[in-house]
Design a protein around this ligand. Sequence first.
Ligand code: BGC
Length: 530
Amino acid sequence: MGVVTLEKALFLLAITIATSPALIVCNNLRIKIKDSSVPSSSFPSNFLFGTASSSYQFEGGYVADGKGLSNWDVFTHKPGKIIDGSNGDVAVDHYHRYLEDVDLMESLGVSSYRFSISWARILPKGRFGGVNQAGINFYSNLIDALLRKGIQPLVTLHHYDIPQELQDRYGGWLSPKSQEDFVYYVDICFKSFGDRVKHWVTFNEPNIQAANGYRNGKYPPGRCSGQFGNCTDGDSENEPFIAAHNMILSHAAAVHIYRTKYQKDQGGSIGIVLEIGWFEPVSNSTADKLAAERAQCFFSNWFLDPIIYGKYPTVMQNILGSNLPKFTSNEVERLKKTGLDFIGINHYTAFYVQDCIYSPCEAGYGSSRTEGLYRSSPYKNGVPIGDPTGGYWQHVYPQGMEKAVMYIMERYDNIPMFITENGYCEFNNPNLTTEEFLNDVKRVQFMAVYLDALLRAIRKGADVRGYFVWSLLDNFEWTDGYTARFGLYHVDFSTLKRTLKLSGTWYKQFIAEHKVKALMPKQNGEHLQS
Ligand code: BGC
């Protein structure tokens, strides 16, 4: 054993104490989180504890072995799009290091890994070209490697990246032709991997894609108009709804194919993932309370209502009128019939919401008519809704997790849910040392209070079947490039070396304890759904 410096000894002590879920150490200060962070009852016995990732943010290998260019490959190579001028050409090189990464997951003790398939790796030119066998082999090998370690794959078919070919040919999600391409692609995935994949996600956060791609132009294809952003082309008042409409119908078509061709034999389930935040009314006024409800509608019910009930939320129809596309009666039938098997919730933060219908508000997120006539902000009278994090958009408000889960449970009749992403954003401060990044006490605190909030929702009857930390590794954070870190493992972005953080050690311990608790007989009257 090498020399143990005082600093290292304190760090090791910190890790040891922090792995007791109730206590963590921060700069030699013992902080009691809350007794309830050691819950008296546990998660359901088949609950999946996992970590999440996505192809563009993790894989790299952007032209390796026949992969085609994706919309993100092209977008990030345009100057000025990514804050630090970086891209995902290499990302964290998961494409070449996946075996090492599966070992890292095994050592955490996770039961599932959520990853996405790069469409352009499988179909470099969409349906206008052949299948790239090397791409099929990569995902097949990854799935086998996971299963060998007892880790279940939860696979997202589309996490923001499409083959650039489809963008160039017909404008991507703006064209109904995208539905045919999506079905063609997912059919190949179900056929190639469905014997081993039991959880499929059609889309990751189509609500964010529609808004960032077509309202403010921050994500590819970078379209917007007027006050909404600085783009050369676009129509912010209409295009987000057209793109969303095509994604909703693509989801339904994919579910239909799965149900009719594969589900019976393969025995898996299929759902969709939305970014689901929490919106608190800024005051007790009825107008602000209605505005908070309207925010949920314009944010996530925008997708979930049509997918589950076959129609857009009434409040959206009333406000948007002809800006909102219509479903044909056949599409309504298809939507209601296919639906989904589970709802994936990506939950990170909460906002205050102020009404803009009955009293004028300053311009800001949500305040325009096509955004829903509410203004959302993390601040009330200059005070943030929760402790700040490294992301200007993220504040620590764990009760938002409980409330969001209960809201979805009530609105959608307790359809099974997974927390498909939850994680803590840390600014990649160049003045910090690796040791300092490894001692990520704030991430530990964040995870403890959010898991505690989730458990409260489960105890109240919410049928939540899994929790996935965003993310296993620090990675490429979209327009923030490599300036934000979310990983349980630190990645040195120049050497790509992965090193376990305090949060990884804590999560490992948390999973181990809760796996044991889940196997223990439940106490009187303690009922958890499984
Ligand atoms: C996305 C991830 C992203 C994370 C953190 C989620 O909205 O699905 O791709 O990295 O948030 O911002």
